[in-house]
Design a protein around this ligand. Structure first.
Ligand code: FAD
Ligand code: DHB
Length: 397
């Protein structure tokens, strides 16, 4: 048994865990990150692509924004397509000075790992391929994280334990059942995500509602495109040949005269369920949760990663205040402050999902109401402004 000690034990090396460890190191506070998967695995997962201005600012201020600023693509609008209409939501007009940046989540993870392992504060704080992760001592406020790496058991004594291990992690189960409330909604569809080696067919993201379901055209760079298709939640990926994917994307996206979809080699396909989930509160004693471990929003609003960054920013400030001035105030407010934003973002993400997907239970009436709602967003400045305001993101508190 190896005996270890750190101030903050962090479970999970996704964006939340890595950024928290990095922010703490910049404030001179040591932490230890435990990750179930290998470094290669976490650096290759294709997930989010859209960053709010406030998330970009946080990453830049943390000193990990250099490549993000160089390679990220700033967008000043998105397009909505429905029926034979295309409506641009123009951020510059509706929410002047605010925009989004397209930069892949795996690039952020690579930048953060690089900073943790090679930067000036590096002291090998990330243990990859850690298994059998468990927690004891929470009731006595002396938490100890137990884990195995390379066949060796470890015992990590911490002041604080932060669960950043995503929706399928273990840390949420360490909250005592009594006093914890969960809220959950599963949507009756999933997204088939596609990464393709082809120049984007549009300069900006296109969100489309088609009779056959939702489609989204996004991108990663000048020669890599990212797409999503609404499919059934129990879809078999093997049934989706490259030809079928391109045919379906073309059908749902190429609905505007003069616009066509470029096709090319498909690099990756994956299936992601759409769900909402919130646990309240996000803290019990010396255990706090951040990011997807505490909340999931349906991906339509492009908010999950942005919420994780907002949580971690608050949490690092709270921990720094506790260590430097002995002040527990921010830690005591952490859950409530995060949850206020989480529910706002949950509402927006569910609204955007409702607006743009075919729900199997909808009858002809519901479908007309849905189109009328899209029409209202497209034609009313107030409607479009509300979408734009939420899409570019709430200010960080
Ligand atoms: P995760 O990224 O899930 O990281 C958790 C880490 O913990 C993982 O590395 C995992 O291996 C590890 N772990 C799990 N269990 C254990 C354990 N027992 N022990 C140790 N480690 C463990 N968000 C946006 O903001 N914008 C977008 O455009 C966007 N698009 C998305 C598209 C799709 C298809 C999907 C699926 C999600 C999208 N999201 C988006 C959401 C975003 O990807 C997540 O919200 C984000 O990854 C959350 O980061 P996290 O660090 O909290 O969790
Ligand atoms: C991407 C993901 C989203 O969930 C979204 O709403 C927009 C873009 C993306 O991966 O690029």
């Amino acid at each position: 048994m190896a005996e270890l000690k750190t101030r903050v034990g962090i479970i999970g090396a996704g964006p939340a865990g890595l950024l928290l460890s990095h922010l703490l190191a910049r404030a001179g506070l040591d932490s230890w990150v435990l990750e179930r998967r290998s470094r290669a695995h976490v650096e290759s997962r294709v997930r989010a692509g859209v960053l709010e201005q406030s998330a970009v600012d946080t990453l830049c201020r943390a000193g990990v924004g250099e490549r993000l600023v160089r390679e990220g693509i700033i967008h000043h609008g998105i397009e909505l397509r429905f029926g034979d209409r295309a409506q641009r939501i123009d951020f510059e007009q509706l929410v002047p000075g605010r925009n989004i940046t397209v930069y892949g989540q795996r690039e952020i993870v690579k930048d953060l790992i690089e900073a943790r392992l090679a930067g000036p504060n590096a002291h090998e704080p990330v243990s990859f391929e850690a298994t059998e992760v468990g927690l004891t001592g929470l009731a006595a406020e002396e938490p100890v994280v137990h884990f195995t790496v390379g066949g060796q058991r470890h015992r990590l004594a911490c002041d604080w334990v932060i669960g950043c291990d995503g929706f399928h992690g273990v840390s949420r189960d360490w909250l005592p059942k009594a006093g914890v409330k969960t809220y959950e909604r599963t949507f009756p569809f999933a997204w088939l995500g596609v990464l393709a080696n082809v120049e984007p067919s549009s300069r900006e993201l296109v969100y489309a509602l088609h009779e056959r379901g939702f489609a989204l055209h996004s991108m990663r760079s000048n020669d890599i495109s990212r797409f999503y298709l609404q499919v059934s939640p129990d879809e078999d990926l093997r049934a989706w040949t490259d030809e079928r994917i391109w045919a379906e994307l073309t059908c749902r996206l190429a609905t505007v005269p003069g616009w066509s979809l470029r096709t090319g080699p498909i690099l990756e396909k994956n299936l992601a369920p759409l769900r909402s989930f919130v646990v309240e509160p996000m803290r019990h004693g010396r255990l706090l949760l951040a990011g997807d471990a505490a909340h999931i929003v349906p991906a339509t609003g492009a908010k999950g990663l942005n919420l994780a960054v907002a949580d971690v920013r608050l949490l690092s400030n709270a921990l720094v205040a506790w260590y430097t001035h002995g002040s527990a105030e921010l830690l005591d407010q952490y859950s409530e402050t995060c949850l206020r934003r989480v529910w706002r973002v949950q509402q927006f993400s569910c609204w955007m999902t409702r607006l743009l997907h075919r729900f199997p239970s909808d009858d002809a009436f519901e479908r007309r109401i849905q189109l009328a709602q899209l029409e209202a967003v497209a034609t009313s400045r107030a409607g479009a402004t509300s979408l734009a305001e939420n899409y570019v993101g709430l200010e960080h508190v």
